[in-house]
Write a protein that binds this ligand. Structure first.
Ligand code: FAD
Length: 542
């Protein structure tokens, strides 16, 4: 009988322990967690604060009795591992003030990642982080607060913003970066900002909290905000301080270095979850990816490996989603900030057939490598269906599919559910056109400099649209359906950038112009995207 000791009893650790039990009936499995609970739903915590998850007990995914009875796990909560001795093969554990040691044959580490707290707000009484049930218990004690300040506009921060607004609390959000929602590129993330503002949230970007004075926060730009409660969500780092002196190799931001079988640099010690350094499967670089799906998968794969079933960690791509009020923001892979030389496609589609009631727009961005045509990442935003599209693209990335092969995907379709040409297929069609030189695109951030160099910006929407929706400063208008008869209005010696509202009509215009000898490119994302990210460049009076 082997003695397997697991440190951390939530996503990675419990996934390991239960799978290992199913494969090894007789081994002794001890699961140690410094908190009062194991196997709880950390991802559900913000929704409990919002009141959407009404019962606190629903956060306990598997209760202790069940884990002990069904899986014969020896669970030790409120036990903190404070040291690992890999020579003696034992760990030192603190329970209240009592210190003891536990020996192991194999040690599995899944200690997760802890929230980073900036010095300016450290140790202040009304400052909270959100990681576990005691954290939300403390937040719920302040039920009657009138104002909340959330620091950090990442996924958890934004979920907490929404939770407080749902509870009727006035919320301000402070983010050091220039835009909220860092995994998204600015022309996409601005939709998150707009949605927050639409719901009454005070959004303060490009600044940080200088000082907390009672229930007031003073920002670096001098702004003073009410802050009965402060939530800090500015990022996490692997919780590995207790491994100091263990001989286990740590890498970026204290992450545990493991091989493909999750073996650390020390024999018989393995690690999974948020605490490990993984390979980003897209660029093969080291990465820390704090997400539940990889943590669960890794725990399971490690159980296989320790049971004689090879199951290698192929890496992660970081697929994630967050709901911000009425909109979902889903993303996978890398963004343009990470790979500025990626080829980019913006699309505006529908959640299902536009002629069937209640379809909603989906804004999507897909990035690919022009030399290999491999998909590098995607972002999708919409009231409905963004999750499905990103899940399909994430699957395509994991399968190593090229962008043009998205044409081949046969996705379930009837009018209430999708479109015969789904927006994912459309990404494949557009990419195929780009790859084959049928269309040539220009990005929103390139337009002004191209115009300064002499390019003509041609708007092929109707006069009526230009009048009611507005138009890009310096553009000229010739409606698509009269373009063939007005080609002589355009100077063939000049480059032309053509746009419409979404990019579809302008693609047709591009084809007409190209076949008539014009040098023309289509504005990717067209007016819808351009006016969203650069509203100051839009004129509203003809
Ligand atoms: P954890 O699940 O964090 O478990 C680690 C455990 O180890 C903790 O219970 C900790 O107490 C214990 N521990 C640490 N050090 C010691 C020690 N020295 N001794 C004993 N015990 C120790 N991911 C998503 O994909 N989607 C989401 O919607 C999502 N929402 C989230 C919302 C919140 C509020 C939070 C906090 C996280 C969310 N995540 C989400 C991230 C996801 O929960 C984590 O990626 C996942 O739980 C990581 O699993 P893990 O096993 O590595 O660490």
């Amino acid at each position: 009988m082997k003695k397997i000791v697991v440190v951390g009893g939530v996503a990675g650790g419990m996934s390991f322990a239960t799978r290992y039990r199913r494969l090894n009936e007789s081994d002794h499995i001890i699961v140690i967690d410094k908190g009062p609970y194991v196997s709880f739903a950390n991802c559900g915590l913000p929704y409990y604060v919002a009141g959407e998850i009404e019962n606190r007990s629903d956060l306990l995914v598997a209760d202790r009795d069940m884990l002990e009875n069904r899986f014969n796990l020896d669970i030790r909560t409120n036990h903190e591992v404070i040291a690992v001795d890999s020579v003696k093969k034992e760990i030192t554990v603190k329970n209240d003030s009592e210190i003891s040691t536990i020996s192991y044959d194999s040690l599995v580490l899944s200690p997760g990642a802890k929230a980073f707290i900036p010095n300016e707000v450290k140790d202040k009484p009304n400052v909270h982080t959100v990681r576990n049930i005691p954290d939300v218990d403390a937040i719920m004690e302040g039920k009657d607060i009138k104002s909340a300040l959330v620091i950090g506009a990442g996924f958890i921060g934004l979920e907490m913003v929404e939770s407080f607004v749902t509870r009727g609390v006035k919320v301000n959000l402070v983010e050091l970066a220039d835009e909220v929602l860092a995994p998204f590129d600015p022309e996409m993330a601005i939709m998150a900002r707009n949605e927050l503002i639409r719901n009454g949230v005070g959004v303060h970007t490009g600044t940080s909290v200088k000082e907390l004075k009672g229930n007031k926060a003073i920002l670096n730009d001098g702004t003073e905000l009410d802050a009965d409660m402060v939530i800090v969500s500015v990022g996490v780092s692997p919780e590995t301080a207790f491994l100091e002196g263990s001989g286990i190799e740590l890498g970026m931001r204290g992450g545990i270095v493991v091989d493909e079988a999750y073996q650390t640099s020390v024999n018989d010690i393995y690690a999974v979850g948020d605490a490990i350094i993984v390979k980003n499967q897209i660029n093969q670089e080291d990465a820390l990816i704090s997400l539940a799906s990889p943590a669960n998968r890794q725990g399971r794969q490690l159980a296989d490996n320790l049971s004689g079933i090879a199951n290698a960690n192929k890496g992660s791509i970081g697929t994630a989603i967050v709901r911000i009020f009425d909109l979902s923001f889903a993303s996978t892979g890398l963004n343009e900030k990470q790979i500025p030389d990626a080829k980019v496609i913006h699309l505006l589609g529908k959640s299902h057939a536009g002629y069937y009631p209640e379809s909603e727009p989906i804004h999507m961005k897909v990035l690919f490598d022009e030399s290999t045509n491999l998909i590098l990442g995607a972002q999708a935003i919409g009231k409905k269906g963004a999750d499905k599209r990103i899940d399909v693209i994430a699957t395509a990335i994991k399968a190593g599919m090229s962008i043009d092969s998205l044409q081949e995907l046969e996705l379930s379709y009837a009018p209430p559910f999708g479109s015969a040409k789904d927006i994912v297929n459309m990404a494949g069609y557009v990419a195929h056109n780009i790859i084959n030189g049928i269309t040539n695109t220009v990005q929103w951030h390139e337009v002004r400099s191209e115009m300064n160099k002499g390019s003509i910006l041609l708007d092929v929407r109707s006069k009526e649209e230009r009048k009611t929706v507005g138009f890009i400063k310096g553009s000229i208008g010739i409606e698509l359906d009269s373009l063939r008869n007005n080609l002589d209005l355009l100077d063939k010696s000049k480059d032309i950038i053509v746009h419409c509202q979404s990019g579809v009509r302008s693609y047709n215009a591009e084809r007409i112009l190209r076949q008539n000898g014009f040098n023309v490119r289509n504005l990717d994302g067209s007016f819808a995207l351009y006016s969203r990210i650069l509203p100051g460049e839009v004129e509203s009076v003809l």
